[in-house]
Ligand binder design. Structure first.
Ligand SMILES: Cc1cc2nc3c(=O)[nH]c(=O)nc-3n(C[C@H](O)[C@H](O)[C@H](O)COP(=O)(O)OP(=O)(O)OC[C@H]3O[C@@H](n4cnc5c(N)ncnc54)[C@H](O)[C@@H]3O)c2cc1C
Length: 492
């Protein structure tokens, strides 16, 4: 039995705590924020309960695996979404419904994209082959060094090679004819916090996971239920959580960490330390590593920052469904500038989640609970967010027009979080929403490793280490780090 400290209670940290406690270790979690969950968090205000970040789950079998691995039944009730979401194009009265069923999808786009079912079938079959040829070999594997990783890559069938050298946009451009369908299939690039013009075509595997493999799921009771259910189990396992406790320093000797120092000057000792704080910025900001110096961190490719609005609205907005995308004109022009712009977008693209469409307890009766997410440049490019109210108004006005409902006059509660808030609340580097991006030089053995380079008892879990970002990925990350620790300590 070892004493284990997990720094941070994001889903990655919580999942690792579950696995380590199940193996019989004494686990303590130290969390900077006042609540658990990290980005998977909750905002309760004026009778409304908002999910703060994630609004859907994919690859739900990873959640199943997590509970199975600790000998528990999955306590979380999941509900599959179909249609998956709807997309509002600028200047088009009727939103397009995105169905999982290819027959329905073909009907929905019959006016602009002939033979859609056949095209999508071919596209998803190809993406699916890539997914299954890489999932176990590359995504769900620990690598000790770059050579080992590259050797593993050579075992991926050569037919997938063109995927590496094409962007996602090129892939959809050669498959579909209508601009709308191309845009819809390329939206998943934004889930990776990037744009389809930069994201490699390999990530069309996300189209496969959402449209064929496992689909999109919502959590009954709201996304935060995942956290509350895990917290209940952790309590039964005697895992302690200390909130408002930020780790600001590390004491070490003989190549090992022996204690952590928190913001109150308190020292925390353990045998094994696991950082759920960002794997790149923790190495730079807390450990002072040269390869993660401020200059080097800034040069890395980070995902887009979130600009989020949480609105309680008096009245029901009929045109909204559970997931809604609102897109403007000039997709490429918009995508090219949002990363590096120093001003707020004038005609923003955004996503709206209306949790009250399927959950009764998240808003007073007859009211709507809206979460609006607009991807924006991070603090490296736009450090000043004093125009937050203005951008929020701009989005709310646009939304009001497009759904034919005057939202502004019916707002009962409003909370706005800019990249600066996401950074200060959860230590997200420069407010980047999903952590490090997934370019080929930032994945696999090229991503910050889940074991520290110098300290033999310091490990990492979460979005910026392997395999990557998103809820299922950080659950996989918790499995990979637990396996690595087990191997290391079995050998001792
Ligand atoms: C707006 C938004 C929407 C998203 N939507 C989805 C979605 O719909 N589906 C999906 O799958 N994914 C989504 N994601 C991505 C997903 O939320 C993340 O990939 C995942 O939650 C990351 O979990 P994590 O454990 O790596 O880190 P985090 O959730 O960031 O948790 C890290 C924790 O560590 C704490 N911490 C940091 N530094 C320290 C320190 N020095 N000392 C103590 N504590 C510290 C932080 O406070 C935080 O609680 C979304 C993300 C955002 C921002």
């Amino acid at each position: 039995m070892k004493n284990v400290i997990v720094i941070g209670s994001g889903l990655g940290g919580l999942s690792t705590a579950l696995r380590m406690a199940h193996k019989g270790h004494k686990v303590t979690i130290l969390e900077k924020h006042s609540t658990a969950g990290g980005r998977l968090n909750i905002i309760k205000k004026d009778g409304f309960t908002f999910d703060m970040g994630p609004s859907f789950m994919s690859m739900t079998y990873e959640l199943e695996e997590l509970f199975e691995s600790i000998g528990r039944k999955n306590p979380i009730q999941l509900e599959e979404l179909d249609p998956l979401y709807q997309v509002f194009f600028e200047g088009q009265e009727k939103p397009r419904q995105i169905y999982k069923s290819l027959e329905n999808l073909e009907k929905e786009f019959a006016d602009i994209e002939p033979n859609l079912a056949e095209k999508v079938d071919k596209y998803l079959t190809r993406a699916g082959e890539f997914f299954h040829d890489t999932e176990d070999k590359v995504v769900k594997a620990n690598f000790n060094n770059k050579l080992e990783y590259i050797l593993k890559l050579t075992r991926v069938p050569l037919k997938h090679l063109p995927y590496l050298f094409r962007t996602m946009w090129k892939e959809v451009d050669k498959t579909f004819t209508s601009e709308e369908v191309k845009i819809i299939f390329s939206l998943v690039a934004f889930f990776l916090g990037s744009t389809p013009f930069q994201t490699p075509a390999i990530y069309s595997l996300l189209n496969y996971t959402e449209m064929r493999h496992n689909g999109y799921w919502k959590v009954k009771g709201g996304m935060y239920k995942v956290v509350t259910e895990i917290l209940k189990i952790l309590k039964e396992m005697n895992v302690e959580i200390h909130y408002n406790t930020e780790i600001v320093g590390v004491g070490n000797n003989n190549g090992a960490v022996h204690e952590l120092v928190d913001n109150h000057g308190k020292k925390w000792k353990a045998d094994i330390f696991i950082s759920n704080s960002d794997a790149a910025s923790f190495r730079g900001q807390i450990l002072g590593r040269k390869s993660y110096s401020p200059k080097k961190l800034d040069k890395m490719h980070w995902t887009l920052a979130p600009f989020t609005i949480y609105l309680g609205v008096n009245g029901r907005i009929d045109k909204l469904k559970h997931h809604n995308y609102f897109l403007g004109e000039n997709f490429k022009g918009y995508a090219d500038m949002i990363f590096t712009s120093s001003v707020s977008p004038q005609k923003p693209y955004y996503y709206v989640n209306a949790l009250s469409k399927s959950e009764n307890d998240v808003a007073p009766e007859g009211c709507e609970n809206l979460f609006i997410l607009c991807p924006v440049p991070d603090l490296r490019f736009k450090p000043d967010w004093s125009d937050k109210e203005e951008l929020a108004l701009n989005i709310i006005d646009d939304l009001s027009k497009r759904v034919g409902f005057d939202i502004s006059s019916k707002i009962m509660t409003k909370t706005i979080l800019g990249p600066d808030d996401w950074e200060s609340k959860l230590n997200l580097y420069k407010g980047s929403g999903l952590g490090l991006a997934h370019d080929m030089d930032q994945v696999g053995a090229f991503r910050p490793k889940n074991k520290d380079e110098y300290f033999n008892n310091l490990y990492y879990v979460g979005a910026s280490t392997t395999p990557g970002t998103g809820l299922p990925m950080v659950i996989i990350s918790s499995r990979l780090v637990t396996e690595r620790i087990e191997n290391d300590f079995r050998a001792v």
